[in-house]
Design a protein around this ligand. Structure first.
Ligand code: UDP
Length: 445
């Protein structure tokens, strides 16, 4: 287990972007938090310090909470490949798909329990009775029971989910139900994600947020954008990005549910329907970087094979990028630059807990075309702050929507402006932190 050091950030930084009444409200809640949580530590436990939306958000929220004077800490649980194979399977099943076709049986239970059992004592030594513990995602929920027995106030924050139910989601919930039971409260991004058996008095809905000042989202001048996008070593398939006129971009982890292959097939198969200067760019992390994602390398390989099997005309206008993870800030700056450089951003997810990869380009004023799934439906108001695709498997629909924007720069501009405002109104850290303070106040009471 590893403790992640986060540098505190004063709330004033966020305040500079907010209207006065929001600043006042944020300061009021910061004072409530200092008072209500005095003498207690708030612990966050997840399974990776970098890569993916949860780590991205924890860096921000922990920094602001520390800046507000609350004692917040962040622990990352480790795991062997067996553990992460099981947690990835749970993740896939919660999204309604079979994934690797393995089972959530007794062997899976043993692999899951053994890994957490090895780290339990270390956690219980650190956490004191009365502390608040936020357990993120299925990877850590197995610690809810021991932590509650220790006298901690336990919140399970589940970042994933599917609006509908099927045999896979039910299988995942069967596996998790007993582990979730001891939690005092459970937080989801959408109400539809919560299992029907969860007592509604324990349920809270708290959507994610982004940090406008993080390396991922901070303003970049145009020269820096160009330098970052065109740096050596990013492109793993396709020619150099110097040949790109306008870019259609999807940024994602290499996860089948993000359907990078589907984007490649749809746009690669219809390049002639797009203006000739338009190229597709698919960017994801270097596959050695995300320890808790065992399928990533396989998914990237599938995309590379698909790219190689495409006709020359499609290959000339499609590029796969593997963004280095060794320096997380550098990784974030490259993603930031790509999102600013792109003319249209797509997110063709088959399922999505929230989708920071939609929020981020929206904040940067980019028009987004995204599947109407999960948290994306909350973020994008169709036709105003982006375009939603009702059927995430409809490749032709994706190409039509993208082409309609590329052919209408004025619409791109107004949609991008509306997208930016939408994020300012709904998805900044002040709203997010306030909702946590409200929850903690109820637990501590
Ligand atoms: N991301 C990144 N580098 C990459 C690909 C993705 O930093 O090469 C980030 C992306 O910018 C976003 C997060 O990972 O902040 C993904 O969060 P999202 O909520 O979209 O999906 P998740 O990965 O949590 O399923």
């Amino acid at each position: 287990m590893q403790q992640v050091e986060v540098v505190p950030v004063p709330l004033e930084r966020l305040a500079s972007l907010l209207p006065p009444e929001r600043v006042e409200r944020m300061d009021h809640y910061a004072a409530l938090a200092r008072e209500g949580l005095s003498g207690r530590t708030v612990w966050n436990l997840n399974s990776t310090a970098h890569g993916g939306g949860v780590a991205e958000m924890l860096h921000t929220l922990v920094a602001y909470a520390l800046g507000a004077g609350v004692d917040v800490r962040w622990l990352v649980v480790g795991g062997d490949p067996d553990f992460f194979a099981v947690t990835k399977r749970i993740h896939n099943w919660l999204h309604g798909v079979p994934g690797d076709h393995g089972a959530l049986d007794e062997a899976a239970r043993a692999a899951y329990d053994d890994t957490l059992a090895r780290q339990r004592d270390e956690v219980l030594d650190l956490v004191q009775p009365g502390d608040v513990v936020l357990l993120h995602d299925p990877q850590t929920v197995g610690l809810a029971g021991p932590l509650r027995a220790r006298g901690a106030l336990v919140v399970w924050r589940c970042h994933v989910g599917l609006d509908a139910r099927n045999e896979w989601t039910r299988g995942a919930w069967d596996f998790l139900r007993g582990l979730v039971a001891p939690a005092h409260a459970c937080v989801f991004s959408r109400e539809e994600f919560a299992p029907e058996w969860l007592d509604r008095s324990r349920l809270r809905i708290i959507p994610p947020s982004l940090d406008p000042f993080s390396p991922k989202n901070a303003d970049l001048d145009d020269h820096l954008v160009e330098d970052l996008v065109h740096r050596d070593g990013l492109v793993v398939e396709g020619g150099p990005l110097a040949t790109v006129g306008r870019a259609v971009l999807q940024v994602s982890r290499w996860d089948r549910l993000k359907d990078m292959a589907g984007v490649l097939e749809a746009i690669g198969g219809h390049v002639d329907d797009l203006p000739p200067d338009v190229h597709l760019v698919l960017a994801g992390p270097e596959t050695t970087g995300v320890a808790d994602d065992p399928e990533a390398a396989e998914v990237l390989d599938e995309c590379r094979s698909l790219w190689r099997s495409m006709p020359e005309a499609a290959r000339a206008r499609t590029h796969l990028l593997s963004v280095p993870m060794a320096d997380p800030d550098e990784n974030a700056r490259i993603i930031n630059a790509l999102q600013r450089w792109a003319t249209v951003v797509v997110q063709k997810s088959l399922a999505e807990g929230f989708g920071l990869t939609v929020t981020e380009p929206m904040w940067k004023g980019r028009p987004v075309v995204a599947s109407a799934v999960g948290g994306i439906r909350n973020q994008v108001e169709h036709g105003v702050s982006g375009l939603l695709l009702d059927d995430p498997t409809d490749g032709a629909g994706l190409v039509d929507a993208v082409a309609s924007l590329l052919n209408d720069p004025a619409r791109c501009e107004s949609m991008g402006r509306a997208a930016h405002e939408r994020v300012r109104d709904q998805y900044l850290a002040d709203r997010h932190l306030i909702q946590y303070v409200e929850l903690f106040a109820q637990l501590v009471d």
